[in-house]
Design a protein around this ligand. Structure first.
Ligand code: ASP
Length: 332
């Protein structure tokens, strides 16, 4: 009897403590079909370490009193520079065998936003998106114009080969082969998903000391995408959104996230229907699932509550609290 009471008490205490947990940052490194059988312990360790490093870099900015935008940038640059993720170095290939990158940022304080799409030479696409937000009159620049703007802003420019990794190249070859073998009725994107069911896009949402929220997303898109294809990641309201109440970053089959205006839908559920972040995020992913899309979403509200639902078998994800406590998860 005594034991039972003690157990009940500790469960209640844990629940209260968890409810009081205030998160200041949440990140993702993509959703997809990852399971314990396909992910070796060494790879799992490498992912966990990188996600932790990204969270700690972002946290440092927040602790130093910098803005949520600075924190998002710091975290995303770590992930872009790592070949493990489909963003910056390690980005997936287009059908033509090049890397074309997309990124976006939104700052909830004043709803300012910036995005770049289809760039081939900007080392850190998130920095270019931030420059568009802070130093141009525009919200989105694409292709050569975005690259020229990044050059003018003196961002680091690299040859396209910088982004190349053998594993992404091999994925493209597998997908192209599959495409040739399969019936012409199936879309190229669906085939690419079947062959390489990992998305690997990266995203971060941060809450700074002034209680402003920023959200950012960076990606190479989807393996075998056609020349010029733009996914949800650089589209404000689809892959990224932030207002005074919540910040959102998505990952998954971008076409479905665009059609669902996913990130804004989540925020609207909170704004107009008074739903909490968990309900709003879960409903948004469920609706995408009903359309046939897969992926995940991370969201952080102004009170430090997070939601990280996904409808794939895994999503690389992590949180850090205001006390600096890091938690990383990959599987369901
Ligand atoms: N959402 C990205 C896109 O469609 C892919 C991803 O999340 O990995 O471009």
């Amino acid at each position: 009897m005594k034991k039972k009471v003690l157990l009940l008490f500790s469960v209640a205490l844990c629940t209260v403590l968890m409810a009081q947990q205030r998160y200041v940052m949440v990140i993702h490194g993509g959703a997809g079909y990852v399971d314990r059988k396909t992910l070796s312990p060494e790879s799992e360790k490498a992912y966990r370490e990188k996600l932790t490093e990204a969270l700690q870099k972002g946290y440092k900015e927040i602790q130093a009193g910098k803005t949520a935008v600075d924190a998002v940038a710091a975290a995303i640059v770590v992930l872009e520079d790592s070949p493990l993720f489909n963003a910056g170095k390690g980005a997936v290939f287009t059908h033509d065998g090049v890397n074309e990158l997309d990124a976006s940022i939104m700052y909830g304080k004043d709803k300012s936003a910036g995005a770049i799409a289809g760039v081939r030479t900007v080392k850190n696409p998130i920095k270019a998106a931030i420059a568009v937000m802070q130093k141009s009159e525009h919200v989105m620049l694409s292709g050569r114009g975005a690259e020229q703007f990044a050059e003018l802003q003196q961002l680091e420019i690299v040859p396209n080969e910088y982004f190349r990794t053998d594993s992404r190249w091999n994925s493209l070859q597998r997908v192209i082969k599959e495409e040739q073998n399969k019936s012409v009725n199936r879309s190229a994107f669906q085939q690419s998903l079947d062959a390489d069911k990992k998305f690997g896009t990266v995203g971060a949402v941060a809450l700074d000391k002034a209680r402003n929220i920023a959200a950012g997303t960076s990606t190479g898109g989807m393996t075998n995408k056609r020349y010029g294809r733009i996914g949800d990641s650089p589209i404000i309201g689809a892959g990224t959104y932030a207002n005074g109440q919540v910040g959102v970053s998505a990952t998954g089959h971008g076409e479905y996230f665009i059609r669902s205006t996913a990130a804004r839908t989540l925020a609207a559920k909170m704004e107009y229907q008074g739903k909490n972040v968990q309900t709003a995020a879960t409903e948004t992913i469920d609706e995408i699932g009903k359309l046939g899309g897969d992926g995940g979403i991370i969201a952080l509200d102004k009170d430090g509550h997070v939601a990280m639902p996904f409808n794939t078998s895994g999503m690389y994800r992590g949180t850090i609290t205001d006390k600096g406590v890091v938690e990383i998860s990959i599987f369901k």
